[in-house]
Design a protein around this ligand. Sequence first.
Ligand SMILES: [Zn+2]
Length: 177
Amino acid sequence: MRRFIIKARHKSLQRKPTHQCDDHPPMFTGFLRYEELRDALQTLVKITQRIHFSQLLKLISSSSSSIKPRSIACLTQFIDASGIIRVGGRLCRSSAPEDFKYPVLMPKSSALMLLLIRYYHITCMHAGPQLVASLLSSQFWIVSGRSVIRHIIFKCVTCTRHQASTVKTLMSIEILF
Ligand SMILES: [Zn+2]
């Protein structure tokens, strides 16, 4: 989608007589690059935060101290250079990566969070809630994250089928003896 937008802007700029080629971002073709995926995730995070934390954004921008709810108020939240709300402060002196020191604040009930939890669960061979939570925590701080991760993983059809077949086998053994 971003490639399409950049290409469309590029074409519209080319039609203008005062156009200079250095003004716009580069147009990529072929496989998606790391920078493109990173920019796309940043854009989605910004949109999600604008939808779910619109009040919080205003309060942080006005440096107000009346931030609610308490689960968010106790975090040291701030807006970074790209306009994303981040939390942290405890690990500010460590040599860990910036994403780990200051994770991105995310709501528990968003389509993006649902997709990210499913992505980590499936790519890590249907990992359990603890592993998915630790993988996500390297980048994101989810409000009441553990419960939502557990809820989504327990809905996984593949995991349920495997658990169901295990239970069936055990029951049949018990019946035989
Ligand atoms: Zn699964």
